[in-house]
Design a protein around this ligand. Sequence first.
Ligand SMILES: [Zn+2]
Length: 567
Amino acid sequence: MIDGRMMLVFGLGFTFLWMMTAPAALRANPEMTERARKFVAAHESKVRPLERASNLAWWNANVTGKDEDFDKKIEAQNRIDEALADPEKFRELKEIKESGQIDDPILAREISVLFLQYLEKQVDPALLKKIVAKSNAVEKAFNVYRAKVDGKEMTDSEVRKVLKESKDSERLQAVWEASKAIGSAVEADLKELVRLRNEAAHKLGFKNFHALQLYLNEQNTDDLMKLFDELDELTRGPFQAAKAEIDAKIAAACQIPVDQLRPWHYQDPFFQETPAVFAADIDEPFRKADLIKLTSNFYAGIGLPVDDVVARSDLYEKKGKSPHAFSTDIDRDGDVRVLANVVQNNYWMSTLLHEFGHSVYSSKNIPPSMPYVLRTESHILTTEGVAMMFERLAKRRSWLEKMGGKVADPSAFDEAAAKTLRYRLLIFSRWCQVMLRFEKAMYENPDQDLNKLWWDQVEKYQMVKRPPGRNAPDYASKIHIVSAPVYYHNYMMGELFASQVHHAIAREVAHGADPNTVVYVGDKGVGDFMKKRVFEPGRSLPWNELTRHATGDLLNARAFAADFKNQ
Ligand SMILES: [Zn+2]
């Protein structure tokens, strides 16, 4: 069947995938197709202006820090939620989706995407109210909590400073334990929140909240665990070796034997980042460089110019402004902006490459012929993956030199930058294993011994020994379990996607070059590849089909693991 939409699909070059994977119209039914078209049109006319208003208010709130802008954001978000929660609309949508009678794959995909958005909001309002209240209570407890050591209160940044800088094991232990005491303070509320989330999931027909969240994100437990088992297998050896090196350095600095290392020695409350044990300066080349110009020259060079984004962006520190960084597509009509707080160092070079990576993967490069509902990234993991792929360039000397930068001590930079990147990815991958496996088991059986479950995962995947005799709800000191549940695995999958797309570019654009040498500079083929193979399908392809469309393979850990071998 070739109608207007199929012509579009032809033009984008992924017809073949569609034929294999689109939910086939069982009995194409023009009447049902018409109902679907009407539903999508009504949705768009109601929600599109609200989404634009919400994005704009969010932007303004982060630039100004003003309460009135935050209030506007909340108001717009509430109106979107209200629209999606409408049970009548949901019934209609479900009937259209389950008919399988839509005679147009793009329209059918719009219906599937909307179905998940509406499904998420179908929680009974009274139950939802309880969930929101509970999670607010826990978040508030986190906000006001101060670790107390020897009768003195410490802020979060003071805690982090001691963990980073002290070499005194007793002091480290005291501060680390104090930072974990928030866990006991929120334990009961968190357990209640888990129970409520599971209740909401049961009512929507899912066995637990973890399974529901995965379903809403077009993922499923079995495939996800298979992927993380593969990742575990491929990273275990390299991680063990990296950790042995880190352990030796920390033990020497703290003047203790390696077998006495405990969780408080890893310079971070959860050992999710690389301890600063490699004395090397990777900021030097960036102290005098024009980081914005490097960013815009780089993206223009690969055929993905961002000058218009830079012009709309807010890139330097100022009073009241959010200290973080993000990219936002305000209207899916080309109004794309970046918020940043640029400082002359490697961190901000990485961050700019990352955020403008999100910017190029937006309505700037997803064609306007793609309908509004699908004119956005395929999945959070694919846009994070693109951003991560470009971000890694800031750790490559050849990238910087090809961009006209100068490095005073090349071999020192190579050693430090490569190690920083490699160790960061390895350490993060093991930490993500802990989060994923703990949360999955917690929602599957919240009544088990969660204290033990947490340390079992930490010992197995991060290879950090539990403190002897400790029996405390240390998992509850990680705020993401409350505020961003069942989410961490997407970052890790983003890293896998980044490696896999990078290897495909090395193969297909750089003519089979060693991926370690490919830095894209000045190669318009890279921009073409990204547009055709990653950006243009928008959300018309689910994330794993997009991965196959871009790289020829479903998402896997092989390219990510290969990146550790040759360095
Ligand atoms: Zn990002």
